[in-house]
Design a protein around this ligand. Structure first.
Ligand code: MG
Length: 380
C-alpha cells in the first residue's frame, strides 16, 4: 500500500501549474511516482491524496489505486488516507510518499520493505556532504557536526497499525513527516540508504536537476542500426570515401558521388531510427540527386535523430577494399564524419580491411562498407 501525497496546490515561484502537474520528461511529476509504484511487484495499490483539479489532470489511476481529498495540513491528508484504508489489517506495510519527489527508485522501496521485516518504521536517508554552520544575521557561527546528521527522504515505510497509532496520538501538528510522529510514540525508526534521484522538487530550478537525475533512467532507450553498401570501381572517376576525396586510379560509380562509407553510415543511422533506408529518402530515380555529395545524406540522417529528440552516441565504419590504403586517410575521414554529424571525434570510429584478394573487393571490382550506429532515443 502507498499513501501518495499530491494535495498541495501552492504553485510556488516559477511554476505556472501546481508542481505535481509540472511536465518532466513528457509526463506529470505526479505520474512519475504513480508509474514507479505501479511497476513495483510488491506494491498492490494505494491512496492518492489529490484535489479535483489534480484528479482531472491525471484522469486515470493505476489498478488498485483510489483517491482521497487533501486536508488543510499534511497530517490531515495522511489521516484522510488512513480513513480510506479502514478495511486493511494493521500488519499491512504502507509507504507514505511525497509526490514532489518523482524519482522513486525500486531499490529504495526494496530496502524499506526489507527493513520493515524487523522494524515498525523505516525511512531513507542520505549523508550530509556540505559543511554545516550555525548562522545568524549573515554571520557564520559554530560548525555543526555533520557526521551525526542525515537528510530524510520519502517514501517512508510503516506497518499500517503503527501509522494509525502515530496519527491517533499526534500531538505535534508541526511534524513535517510521519516518522517524527512515530518516534513520539517511543517507537524506533530504522534508516536505510536513500538515493540522490529522490531529489525534492521545490523550486523551478529543481526541474533541471530532476531532468538530469532522471533523464537516463527511463526516458531514453538505446537503438542500434547497421548499414551496408557496395559500389563498383571504374577508371578515371574521383574516389570519395567517408566524405573525403582520395587520390586513386579508379573511383566509385553510382548515381550520387557513390561514397560507399557515408552511404552505409546513413543507412545505419536510419536503421537505428527504423526510418527506412537511403533509397527511400533519396530515390535514385530522382534527378536532383545525380552526382550529389553524400554528406547531404548523412547530415539529413543526423537531423532526423535530432528531430526525434535523440542523440548519436557512437558510429563505427568499416571500409572493405583491396586498394587504395585507407589507413593514411583514417583520421581525416573520422574528422569529416564528426563534422557532418556534429558529434565529437571520439564518437567516430573508422576501420579498414582487405578481403585477402578474395571476392569482388579482392579483385578490385568494387568497394564495400559496413557501419553500425548507436543512438539514444526518447522513450515514448
Ligand atoms: Mg550507395
Amino acid at each position: 500500500m502507498v499513501i501518495l501525497l499530491a494535495g498541495g496546490n501552492g504553485s510556488r515561484a516559477g511554476f505556472t501549474v501546481p508542481k505535481q502537474l509540472a511536465m518532466l520528461g513528457g509526463k506529470e511529476v505526479l505520474r512519475w511516482s504513480l508509474d514507479a509504484f505501479a511497476a513495483h511487484p510488491a506494491i498492490g495499490g494505494g491512496v492518492l491524496i489529490a484535489n479535483d483539479d489534480v484528479m482531472a489532470a491525471i484522469e486515470t489511476l493505476p489498478k488498485g489505486w483510489i483517491s482521497a481529498s487533501p486536508g488543510a495540513e499534511r497530517q490531515q491528508s495522511v489521516a484522510n488516507a488512513l480513513a480510506a484504508l479502514t478495511d486493511r489489517d494493521d500488519a499491512t506495510p504502507v509507504l507514505v510518499h511525497d509526490a514532489a519527489r518523482p524519482g522513486v527508485i525500486a531499490e529504495v522501496i526494496d530496502r524499506l520493505l526489507v527493513a520493515l521485516g524487523d522494524a515498525a518504521a523505516a525511512i531513507p536517508t542520505l549523508p550530509v556532504s556540505d559543511t554545516l554552520v550555525e548562522q545568524a544575521d549573515s554571520v557564520a557561527g559554530n560548525v555543526v557536526d555533520r557526521s551525526a546528521l542525515a537528510r530524510v527522504q520519502t517514501p517512508q515505510a510503516f506497518r499500517l497499525g503503527t501509522l494509525r497509532a502515530a496519527h491517533a496520538a499526534a500531538i505535534d501538528a508541526t511534524a513535517t513527516d510521519d516518522a517524527q510522529l512515530v518516534r513520539h510514540l517511543g517507537i524506533a525508526v530504522t534508516t536505510v540508504p536513500g538515493d540522490a534521484r529522490l531529489h525534492k522538487l521545490t523550486y523551478a530550478e529543481d526541474m533541471a536537476i530532476l531532468s538530469e537525475l532522471l533523464g537516463t533512467m527511463t526516458m531514453t532507450r538505446t537503438a542500434i542500426g547497421m548499414g551496408y553498401d557496395v559500389h563498383r570501381l571504374v577508371a578515371d572517376k574521383p574516389l570519395w570515401i567517408g566524405g573525403i576525396e582520395i587520390k586513386h586510379s579508379h573511383g566509385l560509380e553510382g548515381h550520387s558521388d557513390a561514397d560507399v562509407g557515408l552511404h552505409s553510415l546513413t543507412d545505419a543511422i536510419l536503421g537505428a531510427l527504423a526510418d527506412g533506408d537511403i533509397g527511400d529518402h533519396f530515390p535514385p530515380s530522382d534527378p536532383q540527386w545525380r552526382g550529389a555529395a553524400s554528406h547531404r545524406f548523412l547530415s539529413f540522417a543526423g537531423e532526423r535523430v535530432l528531430a526525434r529528440g535523440g542523440r548519436i552516441d557512437h558510429v563505427d565504419l568499416t571500409i572493405i577494399a583491396e586498394a587504395p590504403k585507407i589507413g593514411p586517410h583514417r583520421l581525416a575521414i573520422r574528422a569529416r564524419i564528426a563534422e557532418i554529424l556534429a558529434i565529437p571525434l571520439d564518437r567516430v570510429s573508422v576501420k579498414a580491411t582487405t578481403t585477402e584478394r578474395l571476392g569482388f573487393t579482392g579483385r578490385r571490382e568494387g568497394i564495400a562498407a559496413q557501419a553500425v550506429a548507436t543512438l539514444q532515443l526518447p522513450e515514448n
